[in-house]
Design a protein around this ligand. Structure first.
Ligand SMILES: [Zn+2]
Length: 272
């Protein structure tokens, strides 16, 4: 394929076939676009061929890359760089400042959901949290949706005021009547629990920090993690990766880490 003349040919020729992050740079201060791949070279070439990315590519002058020893390192680095460098064409990964979750409280043997924020408690550090939402409103909307799908009572879920005649859903037959004793509260709450189960937010399963280790042909990277926060990367090559220190729970980092850690597919080593 003919290389586009606007991109520095030497920077294209240097692209490796391994995992890592690539950065399209233009004439301005902000990067054009940041991405990650297990094969940097083929992914960058795919960008150049994509017709719907022609405008973005026409603004690019060179492409830089940072190799990583594995895929998780590439994901962590990509997320970190997008948030700190603000590239023009990435869909903005916002730092969600007011992440909310649904916490179940045991009130006299019944489960009552409450919407909590990262300011109320350590997200990812306590059990009994379900779902991560960008706002209180989004968490309430999810509860309403679950109520509709699972015939739950919006009154008992705290979404509407209950009168002696029960909730509004009772009249339109979406509530099976737990609010007026027509359905047993236990049965209602079990439906609530199973509806929430898929959204469970896992509590950090270790006492403190751990290293997630990735290795490629003798090259080792150790990503230090604590309470789902990415603290930084130690690298056996002299070229150090940028080290970040996440002060608070970050949704994107949680999403990157939760499967490899909870399924035990990543190599984890205790620190010290
Ligand atoms: Zn009801």
């Amino acid at each position: 394929m003919k290389e586009p003349s606007f991109l520095d040919a030497a920077s294209l020729a240097a692209l490796p076939r391994g995992p890592g992050v690539y950065i399209f740079r233009g004439d301005g201060k902000l990067p054009i676009y940041i991405g990650k791949s297990v094969d940097i070279r083929s992914r960058v070439l795919a960008h150049l061929r994509a017709e719907d990315e022609a405008e973005m590519m026409s603004q690019s002058r060179r492409v830089d890359f940072i190799e990583t020893a594995g895929e998780i390192g590439a994901l962590l680095l990509e997320s970190h760089l997008i948030k700190t460098l603000n590239p023009l064409y990435n869909i903005r990964l916002r730092r969600l400042r007011n992440l909310c979750s649904i916490q179940l409280h045991d009130q006299a043997g019944a489960w009552v959901p409450e919407i909590v924020t990262g300011k109320d408690l350590g997200l990812g550090q306590v059990e009994g949290l379900y779902g991560l939402f960008s706002s209180r409103h989004a968490a309430q909307a999810k509860l309403r949706e679950l109520a509709d799908h699972h015939n739950l009572c919006q009154g008992l879920l705290g979404l509407e005021k209950l009168s002696a005649r029960g909730c509004f859903g009772l009249q339109v037959k979406t509530c099976l009547g737990a609010c007026v004793g027509k359905e047993e509260r236990l049965a209602h709450d079990q439906r609530l629990l199973s509806a929430l189960e898929d959204m469970k937010v896992h509590a950090w399963p270790f006492a403190g920090a751990i290293d997630l280790v990735e290795e490629s042909q003798g090259w080792v990277q150790r990503h230090r993690l604590e309470n789902w926060r990415y603290l930084g990367t130690w690298c056996s090559k002299s070229a150090q990766l940028p080290v970040t220190l996440q002060q608070s729970f970050d949704l994107d980092t949680y999403k990157i880490l939760v499967k490899p850690i909870m399924l035990g597919t990543a190599r984890l080593e205790s620190v010290n």
